[in-house]
Design a protein around this ligand. Structure first.
Ligand code: ASP
Ligand code: MG
Length: 430
């Protein structure tokens, strides 16, 4: 059994969906397959906007966005199904009507609850289209709602997975289907939504932005899959973002540990939560290009031998660098650190880098329009705080001197931290 995950870019229009079906036909192999699909193109962003307008009571603007989203999906369906009598059109009408009906009522107070209810529509309609088109192309399949497979708590918008209950739900629902007697040419095919979960009471939740990779890992874990393939618009894992580097290198094979480190420091190709479940069951993860499916892409598995060969560069922008000084004559010691960390925990701000000296504690974290000012206000109750915004945090794994000198041209380093494997620098563009 294998799990394939296709993200938004791989299903952004009718031609892309056709390409997905070609890939499945060719790379399906003879094993049963679970397909995890994201919302089409930038649909999640559009639905987020719709949700904000819903909460603000801006009905007209909201309905405009609703229409845009609906038309985009119907156009994609038009490009895939010649017959307007195809049942998929009815199914889509129903899904959009459900959303329309929902947003015609007044919003509740819980933003995150409303968000999950509304934003989940993206994955629901995209899987309806893909499942129907697979069937039309001769690939029979069954669509399983992820809300019944991925069981979570009610922490809407960032739901935590109940591993035991989810594993059982996945096994009970999918194994009988995947293990049914089949024509070896046509192994069973499951389609489900990435990113979505459900509480035991049946409320829809989401796992955090870009969470579909994580869904693929949860299902692979529960079914002890042979492998997971994430199909992307890049050739695989690269050692730097091609937006900032001319000569990037493909990481052919890296270990789970290395991939976890890269994701943790901000490499965006794989969702950071994806790897640990796969590591725990030793399930290999491939990252492959949906443009060039015949290329091998990157393989992440237990092989640690080649990790050190290629330096990787990770950039995080819009960073805040804060230096925190006790107001009295005390040093930065446990008491003060406990207070500082309590403020970060209270505002749910993740620290990307920290460094302490006798007189001050420096911290680098992501800028957030709402959280940052609130955090700084709380810190200032007990400390003097100086801060700079618009900093960059550069992380280099397996760093080499020459590469770094090049990187720092035109940049001023404000803070630096080094371990044997990792160099981190907070820099200001000059
Ligand atoms: N559609 C969701 C998002 O864009 C989940 C995903 O793509 O992984 O964040
Ligand atoms: Mg997406």
């Amino acid at each position: 059994m294998r799990v394939f995950k296709f993200g938004g870019a791989s299903v952004k229009d009718a031609d892309s969906v056709k390409n997905v079906v070609r890939i499945i036909r060719k790379h399906h192999g003879n094993t049963p397959l679970v397909l995890v699909i994201s919302a089409m193109g930038k649909t999640t962003n559009a639905l987020e906007q719709l949700c904000s307008l819903f909460m603000e009571g801006k009905r007209e603007e909201m309905l405009q966005i609703f229409e845009q989203i609906k038309v985009m999906h119907l156009l994609i369906a038009d490009g895939l199904f010649e017959k307007k009598s195809d049942p998929v059109f009815n199914i889509l009408e129903q899904s959009f009507y459900q959303l329309y009906y929902y947003i015609s009522e007044a919003p509740g107070k819980n933003y995150n609850y409303e968000y999950d209810r509304i934003v989940s529509t993206g994955e629901i309609v995209s899987t309806q289209i893909v499942s129907a088109y697979l069937r039309k192309s001769g690939l029979s399949n069954r669509l399983f709602p992820a809300q019944k497979l991925i069981i979570t708590d009610a922490h809407f918008r960032d739901a935590q997975v109940d591993w035991i209950v989810s594993s059982r739900a996945i096994q009970e629902q999918l194994i009988p289907f995947l293990k049914q007697k089949h024509d070896p040419e046509r192994p069973p095919l499951v389609v489900t939504q990435g990113f979505l979960g459900g509480t035991p009471q049946g409320f829809t939740t989401t796992l955090g932005r870009e969470g579909s990779d994580y869904t693929a890992a949860i299902i692979a874990y529960a079914l002890q899959a042979k492998e997971v393939v994430i199909w992307k618009d890049v050739p695989g894992l690269l050692n730097a973002d091609p937006k900032f580097f001319d000569n990037t290198l493909l990481l052919n094979n890296i270990s789970y540990q290395e991939a976890i480190e890269l994701a943790y420091y901000g490499a965006t190709v794989i969702h950071p939560k994806t790897l640990k479940p796969l590591l725990s069951k030793n399930i290999p993860l491939k990252v492959k290009s949906f443009y060039k499916p015949e290329l091998p892409g990157s393989l992440i598995n237990e092989n640690v031998d080649i990790d050190k060969l290629t330096p990787s560069y990770i950039f995080k922008f819009k960073q805040v660098l804060a230096s925190i000084f006790p107001k009295d004559f005390s040093f930065i010691a446990e008491q003060n650190l406990a207070r500082i960390f309590a403020d970060f925990a209270k505002h749910n701000v993740k620290i990307n880098l920290m460094q302490s000296s006798a007189l001050s504690f420096s911290v680098c974290f992501d800028m957030d329009r709402i959280k940052t000012p609130a955090l700084l206000r709380d810190l200032q109750k007990n400390f003097n705080v100086k801060h700079n915004t618009d900093m960059e945090l550069i992380t280099v794994r397996h760093y080499e001197k020459a590469g770094i000198e090049n990187l720092l041209k035109g940049r001023e380093v404000l803070l630096e931290q080094k371990s044997r494997t990792t160099l981190q620098m907070v820099v200001k563009s000059a």
